[in-house]
Design a protein around this ligand. Structure first.
Ligand code: PHB
Length: 342
């Protein structure tokens, strides 16, 4: 999704900016292997002499590359990973994605206002999951809600069934879920099969669990899930309609997801910083040129917070609904200008 979006950006905006030819060098991080990511980042800096490092789908991988960016003074664009502290790991990091506190706060507020008073949180046991858990716990209880019990599922080879059974036995109004996006399918299936849905327990969370990349495959069991998130492929705007059409056309009908829009906006930040510095900026000058940048993304209006080097953006409340036989996260409300802290 990230690579496809970077390619689309270059196709639409050309491969020359401020007199510089842009070349995309794509390397496979092979998944959760921080040492591999660090080695690839070092090779890119030393051998390929890259002007930017970009990507980073998992927090531990962004953490692993951060010291490489600092030492080489190369801007590092985090296009996907969502733990709030990431940009603090290097002054050369700028994030075009989101943070978990940012995407979680609105659903905590929404839940309490909408008659969900007792919630059972289930999060994956690694940094973004702990961010989501902490944010939900503090916002929801501050509003007056009760967290009945809280569980953390393992990052590697998770089996959600026993955790969902515990959740069912606790009889909450809703299950709050954060799992890294590829895991949504397994959670949705078990939620249905274990009878939580039939027991009238709602599912809420940040939008990772209903990732647009997998939502069609999830099908009917996802209907009714309510999440808050920065991007839905169903977002109604001329920019997004054109974006979704172009992504689908270029990638065999693949529905673009939140990772893609992080990649697309990351390329925008790179292109605009190159323009601002006349194509000859140092790493520091390029990062400075990114601070405070404002534009209209397919996701809506966004800005790079100059201090946090992180996105300020609209977070949408969405409900999964069937439209023409396919599930989509349909936006029904929004909170504007949400910062990285939520
Ligand atoms: C991460 O930061 O590692 C992360 C965040 C959200 C996801 C997946 C991974 O959906």
């Amino acid at each position: 999704q990230v690579a496809a979006a970077c390619r689309l950006y270059m196709q639409r905006n050309g491969d020359t900016v401020a007199g510089r030819k842009v070349e995309l060098i794509l390397k496979d991080d092979t998944g959760l292997a921080p040492e591999t990511t660090k080695r690839i980042a070092q090779e890119m800096v030393v051998q390929d002499k890259v002007a930017f490092l970009a990507g980073f789908g998992l927090t531990p991988l962004a953490f692993a590359a951060a010291p490489v960016a600092t030492e080489a003074k190369v801007p590092m664009i985090v296009m996907a990973a969502g733990t709030q502290v990431i940009p603090q790991r290097s002054p050369f990091i700028v994030r075009s994605a989101f943070t978990l506190p940012q995407t979680t706060s609105p659903i905590a507020d929404w839940a309490f206002k909408n008659n969900i008073k007792r919630v059972f949180p289930m999060v994956t046991d690694f940094a973004p999951g702990l961010d989501a858990e902490k944010t939900f716990q503090s916002r929801f209880t501050a509003a007056g809600g009760t967290v009945v019990e809280s569980v953390r599922t393992p990052l590697r080879n998770p089996d959600y069934a026993p955790f969902l059974q515990r959740a069912k036995d606790a009889k909450p109004d809703a299950l709050f879920v954060f799992v890294p996006s590829g895991e949504g399918l397994a959670v949705m299936k078990q939620f249905d099969e274990r009878g939580l849905r039939a027991a009238g327990i709602r599912m809420i969370g940040p939008g990772d669990v209903v990732d647009d990349d997998l939502l069609e495959t999830m099908g009917a069991p996802a209907v009714g899930v309510i999440t808050s998130f920065h991007y839905s492929a169903a977002h109604e705007s001329p920019e997004n309609r054109a974006y979704v059409d172009a992504m689908m056309k270029a990638n065999n009908g693949m529905r673009p997801n939140f990772h893609s829009v992080g990649g697309y906006d990351g390329m925008h930040v790179i292109y605009e910083a190159l323009k601002k510095t006349g194509g000859t900026g140092t790493g520091e000058q390029l990062v400075n040129a990114m601070k405070g940048m404002k534009w209209t993304s397919p996701r809506g209006p966004v800005m790079i917070d100059p201090e946090a080097r992180d996105m300020v953006q609209t977070i949408y409340l969405r409900e999964v609904k069937m439209v023409n036989g396919k599930p989509w996260s349909i936006e029904f409300d929004k909170v504007e200008n949400v910062g990285p802290g939520g």
